[in-house]
Design a protein around this ligand. Structure first.
Ligand SMILES: *Cc1c(COP(=O)(O)O)cnc(C)c1O
Length: 416
């Protein structure tokens, strides 16, 4: 069972609400740090284990600074994400640049920062060479294509736009080697929000096997494999979080069998997890503006899918509680909606909740990754603030809410 309780008291929340208007995202620093430490501890047997926090999941410099202080790097995929990392002071091989369809300017910036460049396609080798020179260390992203006994959750890698085919991988590393690249890494990412440890272990086994084959075939030595992100979180209370110790044990067995036994040790293991690093430690806090009773019962919040798009985009479940009514029976059924002129602007459909009143504070869980970050301005919705609950219990605003002036900033009224 996943813990769906708040990391702050009701009194603390009242204090926060007296200072900051809803809606806002609130991140729990203690939760983020404890999770980061659990991950590091579980993989402490790995030489130079490293997690590159996927910046896209929660692109806030304060969150990135927390990650940095836990020894994590940054996984970037765009120029602004690279610039954010630079501003935080993350540089060199603490940045993994995993992009696709990449503009030349972004490769240039990544090279300037000394980032580890993860190539998405074989054609990017000459492209990178032409625009930004080849680095000493290069990594390629593998797409395994149709997986034996294809799995509904793994999906169909052959339909994903990412990565090299197997043949291209051998050819790509050969080209890189012949062009003087000296150091190598191998990357893949084939699952998303996957709670089943077996799939992540399987991914590691696949990469370890490939490292063996590529090393033998091409006479090159790999420094790391990067398992990508895609580690799931228990959005539903009845789901179970990934046990990092179990994950680590599975990967360690594969490492002993496929890496150490073949004399390929030391090979480092890298990850670029986003969701599992901050997802469970972020809360979208919102207030009930309206109740509506027509063909269904509706709760109208002051937040909308512009603050958290996952339910509307993927039909994703996000747990919801009503502050102060956590222990009441959930004997009412509501659609919990935002104010966008889109009928899919619903945080929950037919959700059993305690009776809700106007003014109630509603908390939407697991909004710490791919939450604020996916926000948008459609319908003139302004992005909300981000707050950080520090380990000492204090709360700081780490991003203010947008104003109408921000929304108008790119418009030219003068030529009207
Ligand atoms: C999105 C993404 C991640 C992070 O994924 P999570 O599901 O947040 O762990 C990591 N690497 C790449 C290449 C991605 O596209």
């Amino acid at each position: 069972m996943a813990d769906k309780t708040l990391p702050f008291s009701r009194q603390k929340l009242e204090e926060i609400l007296s200072k900051y208007p809803t809606p806002f995202h609130l991140y729990d620093e203690k939760g983020i740090r404890e999770n980061a430490r659990r991950l590091k501890k579980a993989f402490s047997w790995v030489p130079d284990f490293r997690e590159y926090f996927a910046v896209k999941a929660c692109p806030n410099p304060h969150i990135m600074r927390i990650m940095q202080s836990e020894g994590f790097g940054a996984d970037c995929s765009s120029l602004p994400e690279l610039l954010l990392s630079q501003r935080v002071g993350i540089r060199g091989d603490m940045i993994m640049f995993t992009s696709n369809d990449t503009p030349a300017q972004e490769f240039l910036k990544a090279r300037e920062l000394g980032a580890v460049i993860n190539l998405d396609d074989i054609s990017h080798i000459p492209f990178l060479e032409q625009h930004a020179r080849l680095p000493e260390l290069a990594c390629c992203r593998y797409n395994p294509g149709p997986l034996r006994g294809g799995n509904a959750i793994i999906g169909k890698p052959e339909e994903a736009k990412y990565g090299f085919t197997r043949d291209q991988l051998f050819e790509g590393y050969r080209i890189l080697r012949d062009k003087g690249v000296k150091r190598f890494g191998l990357h893949t990412m084939i699952v998303s929000n996957e709670l089943n440890v077996a799939y992540h272990v399987e991914t590691a086994r696949m990469l370890f096997d490939l490292v063996g084959e590529l090393s033998k075939d091409l006479g090159i030595r790999f420094e790391f494999v990067n398992l990508g992100g895609g580690f799931g979180i228990p959005y539903k209370p009845e789901q179970q979080a990934i046990d990092y110790e179990v994950l680590s044990r599975g990967i360690r067995d594969a490492y002993e069998e496929k890496i150490r036994a073949r004399g390929l040790h030391p090979l480092s293991i890298r990850m670029e997890s986003g969701r599992a690093m901050t997802g469970p430690y972020g809360y979208l806090v919102s207030r009930v503006l309206h109740l509506k009773d027509t063909y269904k019962k509706y709760v109208g919040l002051d937040a909308s899918m512009a603050n958290l798009m996952r339910p509307a985009l993927y039909g994703a479940y996000h747990h919801i509680t009503v502050v102060g009514k956590e222990d009441r029976v959930r004997d009412h059924v509501y659609d919990v909606t935002g104010s966008l002129c889109e009928n899919n602007d619903k945080f929950a459909i037919d959700r059993p909740l305690p009776e809700i009143e106007i003014g109630d504070i509603v908390v939407i869980y697991d909004a710490g990754a791919h939450g604020w970050a996916m926000g948008f301005n459609y319908n003139g919705k302004l992005r909300s603030a981000e707050l950080l609950l520090r380990e000492d219990g204090s709360v700081v605003q780490i991003r203010r809410a947008e104003t109408v002036d921000d929304y108008f900033a790119t418009l030219d009224f003068s030529s009207l």
